[in-house]
Write a protein that binds this ligand. Sequence first.
Ligand code: 13P
Length: 250
Amino acid sequence: MKPSNSRTRLVMGNWKMHGSLQTNAVLLDAIKAGLATSPVVGELALCVPYPYLAQAQSALAGSAVSWGAQDVSASAQGAYTGEVSAAMLKDFGCTWVLCGHSERRALHNESSAQVATKAIAALAVGLTPVVCVGETLADRDADDVECVIADQLDPILALGAESLSRLIIAYEPVWAIGTGRTATPEQAQAVHAFIRRELAGEGAGEVRILYGGSVKAANAASLFAQPDIDGALVGGASLVADEFLNIAAV
Ligand code: 13P
């Protein structure tokens, strides 16, 4: 049984580097049309590539779907070629920004300390950072899951209860991302419970914790039934309107 609290369920799509103006228009139209008949439990959101923020804004404004970006600069402005600031994301109506997705940690060597500075930059303009953490398969095989997650969380926990109350954590085991191999609900719950204990130690036990990694309509219900899973961060399945809506309707 879920505790009754303010942890409204959130299903957030992460398009990653997919899409085009044309395919996005079809997908966004299908999602909006589907909303007329498909119930959404809680909140629904999409994190799109930067160039498509304007498209997402004009398509989704006034709908039940909020939008955000997949990364943000730690700096407010200046000589940072190629970077995008949190204030720029606000200009396009973003509510959310992913910070420290495992693909950025792996491909761009983002450290947990850098991820925390990005979260601070987002919070400073009123964006909600969705801070991603998760272990690799090697970490899991070495029985190191809690150590790795604790290290990733440390600079975030140091932000203190007030900041923590304005962000979201996403647990995405790296070995479950894009592999079709979902963590079992029990595996995911165990890590979510650990993360919640860490947050509660800072006075922020009510922070929402999303699960990500091969979430589909077929496995969403058993994940969402876990007491510490407050929603999902959805990659591949967010590119298919029906599948995405079916996850949100579970
Ligand atoms: P998949 O749902 O494609 O496994 O991706 C998960 C993810 O990385 C979402 O951020």
